[in-house]
Design a protein around this ligand. Structure first.
Ligand SMILES: *[C@@H]1O[C@H](CO)[C@@H](O)[C@H](O)[C@H]1NC(C)=O
Length: 406
């Protein structure tokens, strides 16, 4: 864990690859690190496995034809027809079909429980994507693709189901490298629900496990972040934060306490980054402030806070914050660049303000008085001339006095 900590410190949220690997080493599984379970199926195998998506197309057609029959809740009645598609979200983009019924409605897993499934996924043309025999995740936590989080909740224990999902609930517009999924890919998932157990009591969890669990949720946040799913990222970082903040009824060493704080601060920093992406400046600022409350010299937190403040137009504070960050890491070019950009912006803003004040106060130029003089009568003019002469004489006298003094 210490190795991870050091590495991630410098790598920020681009450490996904690395954390996937370390997760693998730690024996944790997620959709992203299932390389060892990958099993290439033969062409013949595909045929008697999940029907390709043309079947789903047929399903669509069927549902259009039999309007009204669509909402038949097939999986609530295991003895009923099992070949029907359930339109999970009512938008035809996430569908579930029972292949083998399970142990009845009451055996359905609850949100927040840890489930273990056997997963096989395919592209719509039948190309296998991945197979994971014992994929474990917390149901509803965003640990896995949304298609699984949403449909496994509807499955019965030991049920085998086929799920067809739009890219939206799988790997989205960007696709994925591991597992290899092209952009905008619809997927077929064959899922068997093997086990559901209650999540461990955080208060009784040994600190080492608590740290590992929080780190795991944070890494999931990083995956969401990199996919551009910032709201999901915030959700995962939030879950990780809750774990780090949970009280403990077991002994915890000072070292473990420090590690937990490290995870917490990283979560807060990454959360701030996600909030920044969503233009939630106040929330991002709050996250930075929380991170700095634990580690006042955390450069990432200072840097991000500087950025947020600048975006809020608080240039003076932003510059102060970035100066603090630069003092801690004087060679960092990114901070340098950001700071000089801000200083320039700030002086421009001040220049603009000064110009505005000048305009507001008005410039007592001679124009108006000259016009006034031109209109004035001779008498007034003479008086003015006399006065001016007096001022001129006075001026000469004054310069004589000054000259004499020198
Ligand atoms: C500079 O600091 C920023 C913010 O902490 C960080 O993201 C970046 O990696 C640093 N750059 C270098 C070259 O250390």
């Amino acid at each position: 864990t210490l190795r991870m900590t050091e590495k991630e410190e410098t790598m920020d949220i681009s450490d996904n690859q690395d954390s996937a690997q370390s997760a693998k080493k730690n024996g944790r599984t997620s959709l992203l690190d299932s390389g060892e379970d990958f099993e290439v199926l033969n062409e013949e195998d595909i045929d008697d496995d999940p029907p390709p998506l043309e079947d789903a197309g047929g399903g669509k057609l069927k549902s259009e034809e039999q309007n009204g029959k669509e909402n038949v809740d097939t999986d609530s009645d295991p003895s009923g027809p099992v070949e029907e598609w359930l339109d999970v979200l009512g938008n035809d983009q996430l569908k579930k079909k029972v292949l083998e019924p399970g142990k009845g409605r009451d055996s359905r897993p609850q949100k927040g429980q840890n489930v273990r499934i056997h997963l096989k996924s395919f592209l719509t043309d039948g190309t296998p994507v991945q197979e994971q025999r014992d994929l474990c995740f917390t149901l509803g936590d965003g640990d896995v693709i949304q298609a699984l989080d949403l449909t496994v909740q509807l499955m019965e224990m030991e049920e085998k189901a086929l799920i067809q999902t739009d890219a939206k609930y799988a790997y989205g517009t960007r696709g994925s490298v591991d597992p290899e999924v092209p952009p905008n890919a619809e997927l077929s998932l064959e899922v068997e629900l093997l086990e559901a157990t209650d999540a461990p009591d955080l208060e009784l969890l040994p600190p080492v496990e608590k740290i590992a669990l929080a780190s795991h949720k944070r890494e999931r946040g990083n995956v969401h972040y990199q996919r551009g799913d910032y709201a999901f990222a915030i959700n995962s970082y939030g879950i990780a934060l809750q774990i780090t903040e949970s009280s403990s009824k077991v002994d915890i060493s000072a070292e473990e306490e420090k590690e937990l704080i490290d995870v917490k601060v990283k979560c807060l920093n990454n959360m701030a980054a996600s909030q920044l992406k969503l233009d939630h400046y106040d929330a991002a600022l709050k996250s930075c402030v929380s991170a700095l409350a634990h580690q006042p010299e955390n450069i990432k937190a200072l840097f991000r806070m500087g950025k947020v403040l600048a975006l809020q137009g608080e240039y003076t504070e932003a510059i102060q914050t970035l100066r603090k960050a630069l003092k801690l890491e004087p060679s960092n070019k990114t901070i340098h660049a950001e700071l000089s950009k801000l200083v320039k912006k700030h002086s421009e803003q001040r220049g603009a303000e000064q110009a505005m004040y000048k305009k507001m106060l008005g410039n007592p130029s001679s124009n108006s008085t000259q016009k006034h003089r031109a209109k004035s009568s001779w008498g007034l003019s003479w008086k003015w001339l006399f006065g001016a002469t007096a001022v001129a004489i006075g001026g000469v006298a004054l310069s004589v006095v000054i000259a004499a003094r020198n």
